[in-house]
Write a protein that binds this ligand. Structure first.
Ligand code: ATP
Ligand code: MG
Length: 549
């Protein structure tokens, strides 16, 4: 980790500093990242990953990767593999890899402990009735008629629940707290439910499963987590978190839950459930579709771990929810790529240019810098000859005011080559442009002295003789947003165009990144680059709409 990262602080670090001052955890810092393996991780998870792992690093502590698999849904190997790949790709290494379901025995014992202390009871109300009895924010709840069951009866019934004597929903185990609590979470919450569903890890051993609010603090405490960082919606659950640990009573210095605001980003969505529905509906090509805000999608799109970590750092850690402008994420990747990628000449909507006064069989090698901002990145050779392609955008038959690129009668610089003047526009029978006839001034070759006259436009080009045909996927945001903040799928989030690239692009390896001069940053797609026609994903365009304050 860099010096800079190490020094950054936030309110969570302030809490840890205070705990370290009092010696609460003996100076130890132990965090965890606890994904539920029910989907791919998204950039919101990246924020949590960066926060948990970086916090541990900052204090020379440790961070676990813990799968929160207390819910017996079908395990998906694909999700688990992707989670581990994503965490590592972001540049973090967990201390231990753990499964919450490995603690089922301990959780069961903890529940017995509560029953023995008369802090939990078996309740026969069904889900509907429990909801009715719970009350509202304005009205207190009503106590369950089963609340006064004896300790012995509860132990027997809970044992029977475990043994499979009852069907799903017939009984639950509830904490006995306070049905009049202003905090609804404290109104005798359910802590165990019956579900005759095999679990990927424990198979058919259990037909009762702990509820998240009960399981999570116990998982944290068993692992010796000191600071359990979670998102804001659990703030009202914190009293319950503390209550369970205090009442079970097995831990001297129980972990401390700290909440932060979850990340929301404009023009995309940030929930596994929604992202899953996009995948299942075929709105995108998969979890790693380059439009997806998943880590896998961002990786395929061409984002770098450094850019994502920089983003997570810049947005900071807050105590109130807000939405971050997606332009900031784009700014971060641009900032990284502008220092690290080489430039290549690529033209979209190619227009053929014939240099009428250039010798028929001549080819020159032009030396072009790889990155104008980073001279150490050197130069490469690009051929120049009589027939070239320029970008359709760089020619106007009828130029508007202040158009300084190519138009009939105008002279421009062909980047890294000569001054070129457009003389004639040759049309096809259907009226479309067939080619441009231009002339070059041999005295203006880049790097050589000439009469010093100036041109206002510089455009790029490729040699038609050896240009490489490629496919470019220009991406726009996944979602559009109405003025009221409502989001809809952007029907125009992918535009594929054919383009011509200078020959060196033929050597692009899958996942290699470039700046396509004056177009943006691109990555050779990890899958399609081995095919005959190389496919490049646009990572981000060059222009930023984002204003750094
Ligand atoms: P989702 O609603 O997308 O499924 P989740 O919170 O249910 O999200 P989990 O797998 O349970 O997903 O989350 C693992 C960790 O990541 C949790 O600690 C959670 O708080 C955190 N997390 C999830 N989404 C975000 C987000 N948008 N911003 C910050 N942290 C998040
Ligand atoms: Mg979840």
């Amino acid at each position: 980790m860099s010096e800079k990262e190490n020094k950054t602080s936030n309110f969570i670090h302030n809490i840890i500093d205070a705990d370290n001052e009092t010696g609460k955890y003996g100076g130890e810092v132990y965090t965890r990242f606890p994904p539920e393996p029910n989907g791919y991780l998204h950039i919101g998870h990246a924020k949590s990953i960066c926060l948990n792992f970086s916090t541990a690093e900052k204090y020379n502590g440790k961070c676990n990767l813990r799968y929160d698999d207390t819910n017996p849904v079908k395990e998906d190997e694909e999700y688990i593999d992707s989670i581990e790949e994503d965490v590592k790709w972001l540049g973090f290494q967990w201390d231990k890899k753990l499964w919450a379901s490995d603690y089922f025995d301990k959780m069961y014992e903890a529940a017995l402990e509560l029953i023995k202390k008369e802090k939990a009871f078996v309740c026969d109300l069904d889900a509907e009735e429990i909801r009715e009895y719970r009350g509202t924010l304005k009205e207190p709840g009503k106590e369950s008629p089963y609340r006064k069951r004896s300790k012995e009866e509860n132990l027997k019934l809970f044992e029977e629940m475990k043994a499979g004597k009852y069907s799903d929903g017939e009984k639950v185990l509830r904490a006995k707290i306070d049905m009049a609590s202003p905090n609804i979470n404290m109104r005798d919450p359910v802590i165990y439910r019956i579900a005759h569903v095999p679990h990927h890890n424990t198979k058919n051993k259990w037909c009762i499963y702990p509820m998240y609010d009960f399981a999570h603090p116990i998982e944290d405490a068993i692992e010796g987590i000191t600071h359990s960082i979670c998102t804001l919606e659990f703030e009202d659950h914190r009293p319950l978190y503390d209550w369970f640990l205090a009442e079970v009573g097995w831990w001297q210095t129980p972990p401390r839950q700290i909440e932060f605001a979850r990340l929301n980003i404009s023009k995309t969505v940030m929930s596994k459930r929604l992202l899953k529905s996009l995948v299942e509906n075929g709105d995108v090509e998969g979890w790693d579709d380059p439009r997806m805000p998943t880590i896998a999608g961002l990786r395929r799109r061409g984002y770098t771990p450094a850019a994502i970590r920089d983003f997570c750092e810049r947005i900071g850690v807050a105590k109130s929810n807000s939405t971050v402008d997606i332009a900031l994420l784009e700014h971060c990747v641009r900032e990284d790529l502008k220092k690290t990628t080489e430039t290549r000449n690529v033209v979209e909507n190619p227009l053929k240019v014939i240099i009428t006064n250039y010798p028929e069989d001549k080819t020159e090698e032009m030396e072009i810098e790889n990155n104008a901002n980073v001279p150490e990145m050197g130069t490469r050779k690009v051929t120049f000859s009589k027939e070239l392609f320029v970008d359709g955008e760089d020619f106007a038959e009828f130029p508007v005011k202040k158009y300084f690129r190519l138009f009939p009668g105008n002279e421009v610089r062909f980047k890294g080559a000569y001054f070129i003047t457009c003389n004639d526009v040759i049309k096809n029978p259907d009226g479309t442009i067939k080619e441009l006839h231009c002339t070059y001034d041999p005295a203006t070759r880049s790097g050589s002295g000439f009469d010093g006259r100036k041109v206002k436009g510089t455009i790029h080009w490729v040699d038609a003789k050896n240009a490489l045909k490629i496919k470019i996927r220009n991406y726009d945001h996944l979602m559009t947003e109405g003025d009221d903040g409502s989001k809809k799928i952007n029907p125009d989030s992918l535009r594929e165009v054919t383009a011509y690239a200078e020959t060196s692009v033929a050597n692009a390896m899958p996942c290699e990144r470039y700046q396509f001069f004056r177009h943006g940053y691109y990555i050779a797609d990890k899958i399609f680059t081995s095919e005959k026609e190389k496919v490049f994903n646009r990572i981000v365009d060059l222009k930023s709409s984002f204003k750094i304050k």
